[in-house]
Design a protein around this ligand. Structure first.
Ligand code: KBB
Ligand code: ZN
Length: 262
């Protein structure tokens, strides 16, 4: 792995990341395999609240690892609060991880079983930290909501994302993406598992309070297949690499416990 470019291939993938990012072998790495029977049901864990009604989406982009929708995080207009969190965390972006055709693609697994894809909604602690970058490196800096995607019927709102994917086919491309509210991508139940972990891509900062929803959303194979039209490479590169299998496998739980909301 020369330079600072990491990826999901054989040479630059998750098993090689530790060379450039030694925290990859740390004590609170993500994702993990969640074992529901071993999660601690915690009655002090309240519900989470997602205040997204005033959210302002800005753009959709291909960063060479995933497709990301970014939000205006210049004030507390959209936040997640409650649950394991001591204060509101500001909505920053959401992105996806997925597999190849018919293969698993989620990052977290549940009792050893993966889903086809996983949506991550990223929030940062703007009460304690001045910038997202400061928060991303702090132990209580980020709160990421993980939502599993399983295959079935078409998702009625996901087309708003998949219809825009052709505009961000190559790494480094971005286009306006206004008026999208991620509330439409939530399942009906907000019951969750929560544990202390990390970013699942380099720099793998151990800064994330994970809140993984128990109920998946349902998308069709056709819709998920649209994500695979994206490319890891830039438009000018000769190596054409389809963007798929952009997920890190489960990491060692070490001395952590997973808690379960009621
Ligand atoms: N996959 S992740 O939700 O842990 C994540 C979120 C970020 F904002 C940046 C890097 C990441 F790896
Ligand atoms: Zn992610």
């Amino acid at each position: 792995m020369t330079g600072h470019h990491w990826g999901y291939g054989k040479e630059d993938g998750p098993s090689a990341w530790h060379r450039q990012y030694p925290v990859a072998k740390g004590n609170r790495q993500s994702p993990i395999d969640i074992i529901p029977n071993e999660a601690r049901r915690d009655s002090t864990l309240g519900p989470i609240f997602l205040k997204y009604d005033q959210c302002r989406s800005l753009n959709i982009a291909n960063n060479g690892h995933s497709v990301v929708v970014e939000f205006d995080d210049s004030d507390d207009r959209s936040v997640v609060l409650g649950g394991p969190l001591d204060n509101p965390y500001r909505l920053k972006q959401f992105h996806f991880h997925w597999g190849g055709k018919g293969c698993e693609g989620s990052e977290h697994t549940v009792a050893g079983v993966g889903y086809a894809s996983e949506l991550h909604v990223v929030h940062w602690n703007a009460v304690k930290y001045k910038t997202y970058n400061d928060a991303a490196a702090a132990p209580d800096g980020l709160a990421v909501l993980g939502i599993f995607l399983e295959l079935g019927d078409d998702h009625r709102w996901l087309h708003m994302i998949t219809d825009a994917l052709y505009t961000v086919k190559f790494k480094g491309s971005a286009t306006d993406f206004k008026g999208f509210n991620p509330k439409c991508l939530l399942p009906s139940s907000l019951h969750y598992w929560t544990y202390l972990g990390s970013l699942t891509t380099p720099p793998l900062h151990e800064s994330v309070t994970w809140i993984v929803l128990k109920e998946p959303i349902v998308v069709s194979e056709k819709q998920l297949g649209m994500f695979r039209m994206l490319q890891f490479n830039g438009e000018e590169e000769d190596q054409r690499m389809r963007m798929e299998n952009n997920f890190r496998p489960p990491q060692n739980l070490k001395e952590r416990i997973v808690r379960s909301s009621n």
